[in-house]
Design a protein around this ligand. Structure first.
Ligand code: KIV
Ligand code: ZN
Length: 512
């Protein structure tokens, strides 16, 4: 390995900025699963959450800090108040911890959000960093909305926080306003005008409002930034954040332009992307760069002809480099627990014994109904058995009557973790609507259906269907996914998962 090449630190904020996005909320168990996958992927820093935001956020950061080894675990905190102490408490059991403090520096945020003068913002930034440094040796400071902050003032703030002990200084384009050349100039300006800048790592955190988060991050790397903040699949506030898989593959593919290396095992990118899509219910578009289903598909005859002669005619990366080796037949009806476990591990789905038991039972049931079991089937059933494993509701039975022009009718039997069972029925324009209505009646949760999609997970007549449901309830958006060879069953499971998320949140709010 060339030791002259700088290391680019990959800071993943899927669990914090990503989870903040509408419809992307995750349960604690899902957060731990994603954090473990991020550790396997090789990210350097996992931003696990914003502990002062709620008791639920505090607990999930604590759980990730306790259970995930390898990357630095980071907690976000505002400068001032009790945020910093709270974040530090949540990080106590981390192998290596980072405190990330922030305050907005742009004129519009100073005036309308904070109502503070320049001097006061600078003073609070310094106090925040000092307070964090008194607790933790690894302190990151973010100047929120840095891209719209006066350059000279930003330079003063960054110099002051480095003096106060910040080890990483983050320059966010919070509203996705910058264009690449301008953002690169901003980084170059700070490198030239901040005394002591060599004592800190320069980081960037770009949002995608104009579709330039990755381009801006790469421009910043070319100008000397050595940490990029990103999320899997680019999920995040509004239009999202810089997509981890894109920025990592860009620096790898264009090392001639960006002489940096990351610690990412790129062969795990596709599986991690699928995991995040599954737990959030936010599907990856087919044409998404790097991990989309069509990213390596060649339809035009002329392209196929070129590919057959030399893959590099139309491919700048190989599908196997990102873990998209195609659908592989891996297991069947006669495969045992040992083979199943090793396949699950190879897919990066770290399961404990109880989870493995549940998933293996689900695998055997599926293998009875489906001849060929592909990797995508295994991922689907692991996530499905995971979801039903932490309720509160699970689907015990679903009976449908439809056809012959009559209204569809559904009867559901739901089992609650506390032992109660409920049976309800409803009619609808079709079997899916009838099933949703019956679940609403049984759980007492009424929601507005926002979207409903169904697609096949793998190929063949007996392929599993994957249903994704988005519903609105209590002013929030909730998503659920369900998998089954029967698409009505998959739809009911997806709806129930979204309802379960509402119940889990109601339970957490009631406990707080
Ligand atoms: O977008 C932003 O500015 C942020 C900061 C808190 C880093 O998310
Ligand atoms: Zn952000």
């Amino acid at each position: 390995m060339d030791t002259d090449i700088d290391r680019l630190i990959v800071f993943d904020t899927t669990l914090r900025d990503g989870e903040q996005a509408p419809g992307c909320s995750m349960t604690d168990r899902e957060k731990v699963r994603v954090a473990r996958a991020l550790a396997e992927l090789g990210v350097d820093v996992i931003e696990a959450g914003f502990p002062a935001a709620s008791d639920g956020d505090f607990e999930s950061v604590r759980l990730v800090a306790r259970t995930v080894r390898g990357p630095i675990i980071c907690g976000l905190a505002r400068c001032g108040g009790k945020d910093i102490e709270r974040a530090w408490q949540a990080l106590q059991e981390a192998e290596r911890a980072r405190l990330h403090v922030f305050i907005a520096t742009s004129p519009i945020h100073r005036q309308f959000k904070l109502g503070l003068s320049r001097d006061e913002v600078l003073r609070r930034a310094v106090e925040g960093v000092r307070a964090a440094r008194a607790l933790c040796a690894d302190v990151e400071f973010s100047a929120e909305d840095a891209a719209r902050t006066e350059p000279e003032y930003l330079a003063d703030v960054i110099a002051a926080v480095i003096d106060a002990g910040a080890t990483t200084v983050n320059i966010p384009d919070t509203v996705g306003y910058a264009v690449p050349a301008e953002f690169a100039e901003r980084i170059a300006y700070l490198r030239e005008n901040v005394s002591g800048i060599e004592r800190a790592v320069i980081s960037v955190h770009c949002h995608d409002d104009l579709g330039m988060a990755v381009a801006n991050s790469l421009a910043a790397v070319q100008a000397g930034a050595r940490q990029v903040e990103c999320t899997i699949n680019g999920i995040g506030e509004r239009a999202g954040n810089c997509a981890l898989e894109e920025v990592v593959m860009a620096v790898r593919t264009r090392a001639d332009r960006m002489p940096v290396r990351t610690g990412i095992d790129t062969r795990r990118l596709a599986a991690t992307s699928r995991l995040v899509a599954a737990v959030t219910g936010v599907a990856v578009p087919r044409n998404k760069a790097v991990v989309g289903e069509n990213a390596f598909a060649h339809e035009a005859g002329i392209h196929q002809h070129g590919m057959l002669r030399n893959q590099e005619t139309y491919e700048i990366m190989r599908p196997e480099d990102v873990g998209l080796g195609g659908s592989r037949l891996v297991l069947g009806k006669h495969s045992g627990r040992h083979a199943f476990r090793s396949r699950v591990e190879a897919l990066g789905l770290a399961l404990d014994e109880a989870e493995l038991d549940r998933a293996f039972i689900a695998f055997k049931t599926l293998a009875d109904r489906k001849k060929e079991i592909f990797d995508a089937d295994i991922e689907a059933l692991v996530l499905r058995s995971d979801e039903t494993g932490h309720g509160p509701w699970s689907l015990a039975a679903l009976r449908i009557r439809s056809g012959d022009g009559a209204r569809a009718f559904a009867e559901v039997e739901l089992q609650h973790v506390e032992g109660t069972a409920r049976r309800e029925s409803a009619s609808g324009d079709g079997p899916v609507e009838a099933a949703f209505r019956a679940i609403e009646r049984a759980t007492g949760i009424e929601a507005e259906l926002k979207s409903f999609d169904i697609r096949n997970v793998t190929v063949g007549e007996d392929a599993q269907g994957e249903a994704v449901v988005t519903i609105a309830q209590g002013g929030r958006i909730w998503q659920g996914k369900g998998f089954d060879t029967d698409i009505i069953q998959a739809s009911a499971l997806a709806f129930l998962q979204a309802v379960n998320r509402i119940c889990a949140r109601q339970g957490a709010d009631a406990a707080a």
